[in-house]
Design a protein around this ligand. Sequence first.
Ligand SMILES: Cc1cc2nc3c(=O)[nH]c(=O)nc-3n(C[C@H](O)[C@H](O)[C@H](O)COP(=O)(O)O)c2cc1C
Length: 348
Amino acid sequence: MMYKTIIRPVLFLINPETVHHLVSNILKCMFMLPGVRNIVKNIFTYKDTNLETHLFGITFPNKVGLAAGFDKRADLYNHISAFGFGHIEIGTVNPLPQPGNPKPRLFRIIKDKALINRMGFNNPGVDVFVENLKKNKPKVIIGGNIGKNTDTPNDTALQDYLICFEKLYEWVDYFVINVSCPNIAGMNKLQEKDELVKILYALAQVNNLKSKRKPMLVKISPDLSEHQLDELLEIVHSTNIDGIIATNTTTTRDTLTIQPRLIEKIGKGGLSGKPLRQKSTEVIRYLYKKSEGKIPIIATGGIMNEADAIEKIHAGASLVQIYTGFIYEGPFLVKRINKALFKSVLAR
Ligand SMILES: Cc1cc2nc3c(=O)[nH]c(=O)nc-3n(C[C@H](O)[C@H](O)[C@H](O)COP(=O)(O)O)c2cc1C
């Protein structure tokens, strides 16, 4: 309650990217004090062994994760995990550091409980990720979300994915091959059949040569056609990819209720939050039905409350991830969702 009545109105007076850095720094300072992490963990975590989920060889302590794009420097995962998350996806990370797109590049649409972002993979590069993971041993399951540098042409994108995979292999629990960022010019083309087969097949080959292969998922756009989703399922099947993260942000704007001139003023970017919910759920439902439930799906897209998370599980997801909901609803959302999932889905 306090988050929505006091904290959020104050934070929302400040530019969203500045707030992100401010809150990150406050958390880092707070957590330096002995005992603080445990106190936060005790307040925010809902623990029950019935929430444990076994998926592609990993036991997740609960079903709620933090979606990619929040911990873009791999320096927050242990702090954020104290808010009750069962897993944290770091990145998207690229081989080389890059600043991302010019600011402003993150916009709140409060009326619609949404965000539009065109961050453009601002990240310090995979070597910094490895250093951070070495320095701060993860206290939570970590997904490594990997992508190509903006300047890397699609023809040589595979090399970027391979570099990130090799460097992070020892340090993350599972991988996400991100081919669906709408803010990197041409990246969506990597979701087309030939490109996707090339990337996933090569990564699967390298993975299979390891003494212990790491689960590998592909993250897709909500804007794919049914034909593209059918092709994706074939590719996932033939390359032995472990699962799908559905979905990234959408480039569509038709579910926004604000005035068109305001939408135009914001400009390009990926839309997340409430207006994405239904589209994202439809993709999950389609994939689950078509694959006869044989391919694990992690749901992300517009989960703003308990009912939205339950909807994703009913549509066929095994786990859920939140981002925009965490911003609008506050840190108790994780606990609320876990409690509700326990009651409605798991305790039946
Ligand atoms: C500011 C911002 C940055 C994001 N950056 C990434 C990213 O780097 N990689 C990625 O795979 N997804 C990224 N996403 C997408 C989220 O991981 C998530 O898929 C999407 O926002 C839908 O979930 P939501 O409606 O709960 O926010 C980003 C989202 C936001 C809002």
